[in-house]
Design a protein around this ligand. Structure first.
Ligand SMILES: Nc1nc2c(ncn2[C@@H]2O[C@H](COP(=O)(O)OP(=O)(O)OP(=O)(O)O)[C@@H](O)[C@H]2O)c(=O)[nH]1
Length: 518
């Protein structure tokens, strides 16, 4: 009987072992949940990084995030990841096709310019250098591309006019007009800080009595500055896109691996479970049926040995499985971290770019795009809170004569000083933008009807009293201002038009005055 007691206690021991094997299995499942969470986190970051690039991709990632919350196993995400990868690749290709078309457009124009045989050697050399630059593909859509095309259009125009003309290098009024247009355009483009000195020199050159050669040079320099910008930006977004593709590829590999591992382990485990159960059944039968204790002992010892062996194999299998899971989680974390860093630096660059895009280069005031955004925002606030909201348009009087008498760069400095004076005249909740040329727009919420004229007249007087001194000559610069209040059911754009019409009146009534459209 003693022997069979020992056997029963051995069996209990085995049951305990089976129980701990089950606990280990539960732990593996928990591990899987961690992995699912990591993937969820990864998709979250990926969505943030890709936001706004492609609507379908945005939606797909949002759906995937939602679905991952309902998945029980990482490998269920596999088909969805294949879809996301396809969209990412598609987006990349789409961008590439667009860029290739732009590049082909530029090459076509350059080829046309090159057909002009009478062009000076220096210019020919510059054009062929420029053409070499175009032989490398672009990698990102860049807002300057249309500008580049426009510039080349001007360039082409000069060449068409000049080299078919009898009096070739003679400066004509149309060239002055072109110089003026280029100057205007240069003020609209946001150049990088390190390019601004060079741009200033060009602006001064364009405002002077320039030779045709110098005009061509100016075009050439602006072109190369713009192309340099394109080249710089391309590196950042290209790297980012590559990193995204690599990261998603790597994660998919990890998921595929773990999917295969899980399948293999599960087959092995169920085979082992069957073996263990058969061992226990045989041991149970032996206890129930056999009365010869020596044979029972011998039989049980055999079964127990077989059981021990199966359990040891199962334990080893589970340990290996856990190690593999840990490793794949680790790989995914690393990928996630790398992508997180990549996305962060890309976002920073985008943010910088956005800031640059919303500021006027010359005055550092918000530009027209920023104004449009802010107008919508102020208008929404006005609709919600019913507070008074004014739109005012201020325009420098006879500004052209400052340019004509003292030069373009003096004109630029005047614009900067007036912009600063305007900016300092208003509260933080009020908004001043450079609308274009020598025109500024003000958005003034919460100013009462009775106060608006006095407020704007103070600003007008302030500008009038700025002690400008050009070429040792004391100059008074004045502004005219038109203003209107958002009223009734009108849209703020209509208010803007009324303010503009009031400004027009102020200009007609001998300038240096404020007119409020009532
Ligand atoms: N220096 C400089 N001049 C600019 C800039 N943008 C526009 N201008 C010049 O501003 C002048 C505006 O001239 P007009 O529209 O005739 O107006 P105005 O001379 O101010 O006359 P009124 O508005 O009628 O009082 C043009 O000569 C433009 O070339 C710029 O960024 N810098």
């Amino acid at each position: 009987m003693k022997d069979s007691d020992a056997t029963v206690s051995q069996l209990n021991l085995l049951k305990q072992k089976l129980h701990s094997a089950k606990t280990a299995l539960d732990e593996i499942n928990e591990d899987r949940n961690t992995k699912l969470q990591t993937l969820l986190q990864f998709i979250g970051h990926l969505s943030l990084a890709c936001k706004g690039q492609n609507l379908e991709l945005d939606n797909k990632l949002a759906k995937l995030r939602h679905k991952l919350n309902t998945f029980e196993r990482v490998d269920e995400a596999l088909p969805e990841l294949v879809d996301v990868e396809r969209l990412l690749k598609g987006q990349y290709n789409h961008v590439m096709v667009q860029l290739e078309e732009s590049r082909a457009g530029l090459s076509r124009v350059i080829r046309q310019i090159q057909r002009v045989e009478s062009a000076p050697d220096r210019l020919k050399k510059e054009i062929s250098y420029f053409k070499q630059g175009l032989s490398k593909p672009f990698h990102t859509v860049w807002e300057y591309i249309p500008k580049v095309e426009q510039l080349i259009g001007f360039y082409e125009l000069i060449l068409q006019q000049e080299f078919t003309d009898e009096h070739r290098l003679e400066v004509q009024p149309k060239h002055r007009q072109l110089a003026h247009e280029l100057a205007q355009m240069v003020s609209e483009i946001e150049f990088r800080k390190d390019q601004r000195d060079q741009v200033l020199v060009i602006k001064e050159l364009l405002a002077s009595e320039l030779e045709l050669d110098a005009l061509l040079d100016a075009y050439q320099t602006i072109l190369s500055l713009l192309l340099d910008n394109i080249a710089r930006d391309k590196t950042a977004s290209q790297e980012f896109l590559y990193a995204l593709n690599d990261a998603i590829g790597a994660v998919r590999e990890v998921v595929t691996d773990s999917h295969n591992q899980v399948q293999r382990s599960e087959q092995l485990k169920s085979q082992l479970n069957r073996e263990i159960n058969a061992n226990v059944d045989r041991a149970d039968d032996a206890i129930a049926e056999v009365d010869d204790i020596t044979r029972l002992k011998q039989q049980l010892t055999e079964e127990l040995n077989a059981l021990k062996l199966s359990l040891a194999r199962k334990e080893a299998l589970e340990q290996r499985e856990q190690a593999l899971q840990r490793k794949s989680i680790e790989t995914m974390r690393k990928e996630l971290d790398a992508l997180g860093n990549e996305a962060k630096s890309y976002k920073e660059r985008l943010f910088e770019q956005q800031k640059l895009n919303l500021l006027d280069n010359l005055t550092q005031l918000p530009n027209r795009a920023a104004l449009e955004e802010r107008m919508e925002q102020e208008f929404r606030n006005h609709k919600r809170h019913k507070n008074p909201l004014w739109v005012a348009v201020a325009d420098i009087d006879h500004f052209k004569s400052i340019n004509d008498s003292f030069g373009h760069s003096t004109g630029d400095k005047t614009l900067q000083v007036i912009a600063m004076a305007l900016k300092n005249s208003f509260r933080d909740t009020e908004f001043v933008a450079r609308y274009g040329g020598e025109e500024f727009v003000l958005l003034l919420p919460d100013v009462a009807n009775k106060d608006i004229a006095a407020l704007l007249n103070r600003v007008r007087e302030k500008i009038k009293n700025i002690p400008f001194k050009f070429k040792n000559q004391r100059i008074t610069v004045t502004v005219s201002i038109g203003a209107a209040q958002v009223s009734g059911n009108e849209h703020i754009q209509e208010t803007f038009e009324r303010a503009d019409a009031a400004l027009y009146k102020a200009k007609n009534e001998s300038r240096d005055r404020v007119i409020i459209d009532q």
